[in-house]
Design a binder for this molecule. Structure first.
Ligand code: IMP
Length: 438
């Protein structure tokens, strides 16, 4: 059985959680490889909905071993809290494994995140304020503190002391914020090792041994292609490698160990935070025309497009085939799971962006110049909708109304990747499996 990477193909929030839950049972290990508690997805546990931020969703399946890979940044307080919440719900975290090389989000990272955003004013990125960017910044600058450092009090103290000698003057003099003492940080962080210490492991070795034993690994991406630090809409991105390539560097397995790349593609597009979004249907408060605002509001309410981590109302827009083609290439997608098709049942007609126009030039590929993307006018192809038909009970492709079949086939052709899973509602059963094999 193959190893699979799940990646978001847009700006995150494509519904990766539901697809991951659906196929987790086919895998022995479920591994997070990047990001941190900026991610968020809701999983169903009986009648209750639980919000996970750091935990791989494999935690919900007793048979799978959930692993937090070296590419993840960990806020230990958040992880311990999440584990306590899960244990209260009767979900054991004893199988969880945490990479000794993952970096630790420190209190000053959160301070810098908020302060930097404030300083940027109207140009702010719209981060989740969880300290993600500043933590990756220290990692790249070789000044980070890793999970393994937490295991040795002497080393941890020394590292905190060194870090604070550099961070405190910046906090105080540049941002006008309070400095930290070494004791303050150590008193907060060292107790977490009682819970996390026994779970820390050399995860590359763990996963490579598993592969040799013929086990299957699911690499669970967070955020999405256009938030990738290299391939996204820089600088309006997150600070990690969200694309499929990140699964190798973020866990320590070679790229040849990856057999399938399943791209999660929402039937329309959403984005949170700032940055260009060519097919956005702006809300009235953001300057949208009445027609745009009506489409945006309908997508938001029908799709329940509010952030799991921040509660923010997401920006919504029509499906963008230019983005879909780009995501297919940079991730090497082998399959697509199309999610939330049912949300489009609210519309008379549907628009799909096939190219952008900017400065008299037509772009049918993703323009890497940020200025082009900011001013891009989407060129749409309009398709008939299936308004009024409830598709949430469809369980095979043939069950879908003809217009919905045509919509799926159209975007499949536009991106060039087979759509092998279709989501028609929030529940696990509300899914059409049309070709996916784990
Ligand atoms: P950061 O990851 O908190 O630094 O935020 C950087 C950008 O990524 C912001 O625009 C965030 O809104 C966005 N972002 C981060 N995590 C997610 C996510 O899980 N879903 C959607 N957007 C995200």
């Amino acid at each position: 059985m193959p190893s699979t990477v799940i990646v978001g193909t847009q700006w995150g929030d494509e519904g990766k959680g539901k697809v991951t839950d659906l196929i987790t049972r086919d895998y022995d290990y479920v591994v997070r490889f990047q990001g941190g508690n900026n991610a968020g997805h809701t999983v169903k546990h009986g009648e209750r909905k639980l919000a996970l931020h750091l935990m791989p969703s494999g935690i919900m399946d007793e048979a799978a071993i959930p692993v937090i890979g070296n590419g993840v940044v960990i806020d230990p307080g958040v992880l311990v809290e999440e584990m306590e919440m899960l244990e209260r719900e009767g979900i054991s975290c004893k199988n969880l494994r945490i990479s000794c090389d993952a970096h630790v989000i420190m209190p000053y990272h959160k301070d810098f995140d908020g302060a930097d955003e404030k300083r940027l004013g109207a140009n702010k990125i719209g981060t989740t304020n969880r300290g993600i960017g500043p933590c990756y910044q220290d990692k790249a600058a070789r000044k980070g503190i890793r999970v393994q450092d937490l295991l040795d009090e002497k080393i941890f103290r020394l590292k905190v002391e060194t870090a604070l000698s550099q961070k405190n003057p910046i906090l105080e003099r540049i941002y006008g914020l309070d400095p930290y003492t070494v004791d303050q940080v150590c008193d907060e962080y060292l107790p977490y090792t009682r819970v996390l210490g026994p779970l820390v492991t050399e995860s590359s070795q763990l996963l490579n041994t598993a592969l040799r034993e013929g086990k299957n690994i699911l690499f669970e991406g967070a955020q999405g292609t256009l938030l990738d630090i290299d391939h996204g809409t820089y600088p309006y991105v997150t600070s990690s490698s969200c694309c499929a390539g990140g699964a190798a560097t973020g866990t320590g397995v070679g790229p040849t160990a990856i057999d399938k790349v399943l791209g999660i593609q929402k039937a329309y597009v959403t984005r949170v935070g700032g940055g260009p979004f060519p097919t956005e249907q702006r809300y009235a408060e953001d300057g949208g025309s009445p027609e745009e605002a009506a489409a945006g509001e309908l997508l938001c309410t029908e799709g329940q497009e509010f952030g799991t981590t921040t509660g923010r109302k997401r920006r919504c827009g029509w499906f963008d085939a230019v983005i879909a083609r780009y995501a297919a290439e940079v991730n090497g997608l082998t399959d697509v799971a199309l999610t939330k098709l049912d949300v489009l049942s609210a519309f008379d007609t549907l628009k799909v962006c096939v190219a952008y126009e900017c400065g008299g030039k037509v772009y049918d590929y993703f323009p890497m110049q940020q200025s082009v993307l900011f001013h891009a006018k989407p060129l749409y192809h309009e398709l008939p909708g299936w308004k009024g038909t409830d598709i949430s009970t469809c369980r095979s492709f043939e069950d879908l109304p003809e217009a919905a079949q045509a919509y799926v086939r159209y975007i499949e052709e536009a991106s060039g990747v087979p759509i092998s899973i279709i989501g028609v509602g929030p529940d696990r059963e509300q899914t059409i499996v049309c070709g996916w094999k784990s």
